[in-house]
Design a protein around this ligand. Structure first.
Ligand code: HEC
Ligand code: HEC
Length: 367
């Protein structure tokens, strides 16, 4: 299975070597070589320092000088001695890192093939913003002649520009972290209110829900929601709420359809949560309603539009919590601090008489 695509891949590489090799081809092949570096190094617009420093704007950068990354002593010393990254020095370094810098912490054996190193160089160069490339912006290679060495830049002018904003300095009380992006808030904000507010667009029928349920839910909840072994029962139990052991299901107990939708969307299938599409969640909710005889037509389609028309039988038994209105819970604005009881406190009973104190020889001390 896996050999076939690989074979195709190597044919493609050989093919591209045969004809006139363009700079764009070199970059493309260099991208493949860079896979060996990718575990530790990032390039491109969102590049961060990983195990190793990011490699944007590498050409002309003093070794071991990128701010915000903790280099080995050896790499810093090499930079202090004047090592600047260019075609030649990068080539030497990636051929055999420890030969150029004996005590570097870059644990990489080296790239033996000259062709690989040349392609890699072209690829890295495409992330050099001073060379007029905007690959660092959109990750697309630029068609540009592989020029000679560029050794004029200093490290301090090149970092910063490519450093992503990370976890500090966004302000706020503690000046840590950063503000959540609108997209991030949107991705988390999936709750659905009892009145349907927050529902995503979508729809699904009972008939569409059935095969999904059979495949992804029935192994635990049973074909009819009856529950396998001790997995939760999803249907039935109507009329049992006053029993000693009530069977609380969606049909017998739950107040709102929105809870069913939200629960399935958020948490099911158990172990593979958030894998269902919105339409699948609508279809499954419709199917669970069907299992509970709340809808009876297999063609019934639940959608954002008709969602609120479906009420669960037990909704009316959920009542608003009015305890705050009882005198006992009335908010006390001015707490009483003096003469709060009309009479002085009286001793009504002793703990010993109440029989809360264990028997023993300590009686005298309690008087
Ligand atoms: C296993 C992780 C790892 C791999 C794989 C790796 N590197 Fe590194 N690289 C590092 C580390 C760690 C450093 C910092 C070395 C130091 O401080 O001594 C580094 C440093 C470098 C530097 C010096 C950067 C600077 O600012 O001084 C270059 C250039 C570099 N790597 C290129 C590459 C290339 C190209 C590849 C792929 C062919 C590669 N590395 C593969 C971990 C790795
Ligand atoms: C691997 C077993 C498993 C699978 C598969 C599974 N569930 Fe669940 N389901 C659970 C468990 C366990 C709970 C209770 C979780 C809890 O209480 O924290 C649960 C709870 C539920 C509940 C709430 C029941 C209640 O009364 O509290 C619903 C609704 C539900 N699942 C629907 C589904 C749907 C729809 C699917 C298929 C997309 C599915 N489940 C797949 C194990 C499973």
């Amino acid at each position: 299975m896996s050999k076939f695509p690989k074979l195709l891949l190597s044919l493609a590489v050989v093919g591209s070597l045969g004809g006139g090799v363009s700079f764009a081809d070199e970059i493309k092949d260099g991208k493949k070589v860079f896979k060996k570096c990718r575990a530790c190094h990032a390039v491109g617009k969102k590049a961060k320092n990983k195990v190793g420093p990011h490699l944007n704007d590498l050409f002309g950068r003093t070794a071991g000088a990128l701010e915000g990354y903790k280099f080995s002593k050896a790499m810093k010393a090499a930079g202090a001695d004047g090592l600047v990254w260019n075609n030649d020095t990068i080539d030497q370094f990636v051929t055999k890192p420890k030969k150029l810098i004996k005590k570097t912490k870059m644990a990489f054996a080296g790239l033996k093939k000259e062709k690989d190193r040349a392609n890699l160089m072209a690829y890295l160069k495409s992330f050099d913003s001073d060379a007029g490339s905007d690959a660092a912006k959109d990750d697309k290679p630029v068609d540009k002649e592989a020029s000679g060495e560029q050794t004029t830049k200093t490290a301090s002018t090149t970092d910063g520009a490519t450093q992503p904003k990370t976890a500090s300095g966004s302000g706020g009380k503690l000046n840590i972290g950063r503000l959540a992006l609108t997209e991030e808030v949107k991705a988390w904000d999936i709750d659905v209110r009892y009145d349907g507010q927050g529902l995503p667009p979508g729809k699904g029928t009972v008939a569409e829900g059935e095969p999904i349920f059979t495949e992804q839910c029935a192994s635990c909840h049973g074909d009819f929601g009856e529950g396998v072994d001790r997995w939760p029962v999803l249907a039935g139990g109507q009329g049992t709420l006053e029993d000693d052991r009530p069977e609380k299901t969606i049909g017998s107990y739950w107040p709102y359809t929105s809870t069913v939708f939200d629960y399935i969307r958020r948490a099911m299938p158990f172990g593979n949560a958030r894998s269902l599409s919105d339409d699948e969640v609508y279809a499954l909710t419709a199917y669970v309603l069907y299992l509970n005889d709340i809808v009876e037509d297999e063609d019934f389609e639940l959608s954002k539009e008709n969602f609120n028309s479906i009420r669960l039988p037990n909704e009316k038994n959920f009542i608003a919590d009015t305890r705050n209105e009882e005198p006992h819970y009335k908010p006390v604005t001015e707490p009483c601090m003096k003469d709060c009881k009309p009479e002085p406190a009286k001793l009504l009973m002793r703990a010993r008489v109440l029989d809360v104190t264990p028997d023993g020889d300590h009686e005298g001390s309690l008087d």
